[in-house]
Write a protein that binds this ligand. Structure first.
Ligand code: AMP
Length: 615
């Protein structure tokens, strides 16, 4: 290998997959996958040797057969997640799960805690070396793809993994978005054209809707914008393999536990073989008996149909989300090994009424797209620019455990939003805030991403400090938060305590619930707000009455006090959790008091001016 030259070093594109990973580059000859002619795919598996040596890829799988306790696969499923969330999956996959710092999912090797980002870092290091030895230059910059539904914690953890591997991540790109880049969609496409990326792999499904948007005046580029995404992390080719086994045992008998893995592997092999033959058959020895297992096209279609139907339901959801009609889709791109199934190709073509793009290898298309993005960033391809969207809304917990959404789901990123609020107690110098991700109105129904404390707020009466919190989501979908107290200009110290990511199942559930519960949530949210504002009003009115009661007529004071008591009773009932509160009745009670207290306001102000103080 020649002396590495960092100055000419290209930006590689990396598809860091759950099962397999690969690295690609895009140069004058166009995008190409690196790392071997026979198979460029590196299995995303790491073996931790007793001597501290780490082995990655096919060899790690081989070593792992005898030492599964030292072998980690599917680290991507654990990255940026909590041990609690991953418990069931770790048990079923036999992985040595342990609890890392802050309850994070980690693996236990020889009693040592290994984080998923360390496992991913080993894979990234291997890919980096593959690229370096093939290109003859040192590589230190990369574009890495992540699933569209990855939340902030998962994206951050992926960046951390790259850093550990000596790679600077110039951009995290959503996997479906990378696929469209690989096909060069965007160049020469009509502005407004809509593109669907249908990605069905071994364990997951993703559907993304892109739109080609007009060039910015100062950019000589075409732009993609992601209009909507949806997915399912528990839907893929593996489900079809298990369903094939169930089909073979449809007479009600069950295979022995010890035979199951070999049967699933056989099902997978025969499923693939059907791409080249009309029917397939193989024998397998089970518990001393040799049995024949066969599969025809018709059977495979029937077995796969319910899963394919689920993917199409997801596609419908994406179209509904973006309010785009099915016949408005100009192109459909297929990604993921399972899109080689002829049923998938036919079903997708029927659904969208057009032939999908299948020319590129569906296993390589994401890495190729990442490489194209790398070339764009290095200035070699100025003809495309990428925009992306937030997978879930981001917000803050407000009073009463309600959420204030600052950035809505499917907002194009980079995105920025600010929220202003104040303190609720006199002399309060710190505020604790919770950042939440999800679609529902209340914190308990969303997912906590982080808690942070604003400290150093100068002591002032309640409601006077003007706190401004800014959310900034960068091109990679990574969130940073800044807060400032405007009156004093004091920049608050943010102590971010990261929580963990959302599972796709949770994301989907939260999203579905948000629609189902939207009305009742809104009502609860409104009542919570009414309580907060009513309490502030009541405090102010009571204080003012104490000071100027003698200057007002008795009937007016009595009326105010009656209304105050009614509103206090309503607030008390709402805070005690009464279910029958009518938000409209509550609101009119509060408004009546607002109107009635105008005279009190005027009187209190003139009293203060005479007394030389305005409060
Ligand atoms: P990926 O996660 O994109 O690597 O896709 C892996 C999935 O693609 C596995 O479930 C494979 O069984 C499936 N797959 C690969 N080749 C074929 C094929 N020719 N026909 C059907 N499924 C396939």
């Amino acid at each position: 290998m020649s002396e590495p030259s960092a100055s000419k070093s290209p930006i590689v594109g990396i598809d860091l997959g759950t099962t397999n990973s690969l690295v690609a580059v895009c140069d004058a000859a166009g995008p190409r996958v690196l790392g071997g002619v026979v198979s460029a795919l590196t299995p995303s598996v790491v073996f931790f040797g007793a001597d501290g040596a780490r082995t990655v890829g096919a060899e790690a799988i081989r070593f792992g057969l005898s030492r599964p306790d030292r072998t980690i696969a599917s680290a991507k499923r654990f990255i940026g997640r909590s041990a609690k969330e991953m418990g069931a999956f770790a048990t079923s996959s036999g992985l040595p799960l342990t609890e890392g710092p802050r309850g994070l999912a980690a693996f236990s090797i020889d009693g040592q805690c290994v984080l998923p980002q360390e496992v991913s870092a080993e894979i990234l290091r291997t890919l980096r070396h593959q690229a370096e030895s093939e290109l003859g230059v040192s590589i230190d910059r990369a574009v890495i793809t992540v699933p569209a539904y990855f939340d902030d914690a998962q994206r951050q953890a992926t960046r951390d993994a790259a850093r550990l591997a000596g790679l600077r991540v110039l951009r995290l790109v959503n996997e479906p978005t990378a696929a469209s880049l690989a096909y060069g969609i965007g160049r020469g496409s009509q502005v407004g054209e809509k593109v669907v990326i249908y990605d069905l792999g071994g364990g997951t499904f993703d559907c993304t809707l892109l739109e080609i948007i007009p060039r910015e005046a100062d950019l000589e580029t075409d732009c993609f914008q992601v209009l909507a995404t949806a997915g399912d992390t528990e839907l893929g080719g593996d489900d079809i393999d298990r369903a094939i086994v169930a089909h073979w045992f449809r007479d009600g008998t069950a295979p022995e536990l010890a035979d199951r893995a070999r049967l699933v592997a056989l099902a997978e092999r025969l499923k693939r073989a059907l791409s080249h033959s009309a029917s397939v058959e193989e024998t397998l020895e089970l518990q001393g008996d040799r049995r024949a297992f066969a599969l025809t096209h018709a059977e495979l279609d029937e077995i796969a149909k319910p899963f394919v139907d689920r993917t199409l339901a997801c596609c419908s959801r994406v179209l509904n989300d973006a309010k785009v009609a099915r016949d408005a889709i100009a192109r459909v791109v297929l990604v993921g090994g399972s899109t080689r199934l002829s049923l998938v190709r036919r079903a997708v073509a029927d659904f969208f009424q057009r032939e999908p793009y299948t020319a590129l290898d569906p296993d390589r298309v994401v890495a190729l797209g990442a490489a194209v993005q790398g070339a764009i960033l290095s200035g070699n391809r100025r003809d495309l620019l990428l925009l992306d969207v937030l997978p879930l809304s981001l917000g803050l917990e407000t009073v009463g455990s309600a959420t204030a959404k600052l950035l809505m789901r499917n907002t194009p990123i980079p995105a920025r939003a600010t929220e202003k609020f104040s303190t609720s107690m006199d002399g309060q110098t710190s505020v604790k805030l919770q950042v939440v991700q999800g679609e529902r109105e209340f914190v308990e129904d969303c997912r906590s991403l982080a808690t942070f404390h604003l400290t150093g707020i100068p002591p002032m009466p309640a409601g006077i400090p003007q706190l401004e919190v800014e959310f900034l989501v960068d091109q990679n979908g990574v969130l940073s938060i800044r807060a400032v107290e405007r009156r004093s200009g004091v920049e608050a110290t943010l102590q971010i305590i990261p929580s963990y990511g959302l599972t796709e199942a949770e994301a989907t559930r939260m999203e579905a619930e948000s629609i189902a519960h939207a009305r009742s949530d809104m009502e609860r949210h409104r009542i919570t707000d009414l309580c907060v504002h009513s309490k502030l009003d009541m405090k102010w009115i009571s204080d003012a009455l104490r000071r100027v009661r003698s200057e007002l007529e008795a009937p007016y004071v009595e009326d105010l006090e009656r209304q105050l008591a009614q509103l206090a009773a309503m607030v008390h009932a709402a805070e005690a959790g009464a279910q029958n509160i009518d938000a409209n009745a509550f609101s009119s009670l509060k408004q009546r008091l607002d109107v009635a207290s105008v005279r009190l306001h005027e009187c209190a102000i003139s009293h203060s001016i005479r007394g030389g103080s305005i409060r």
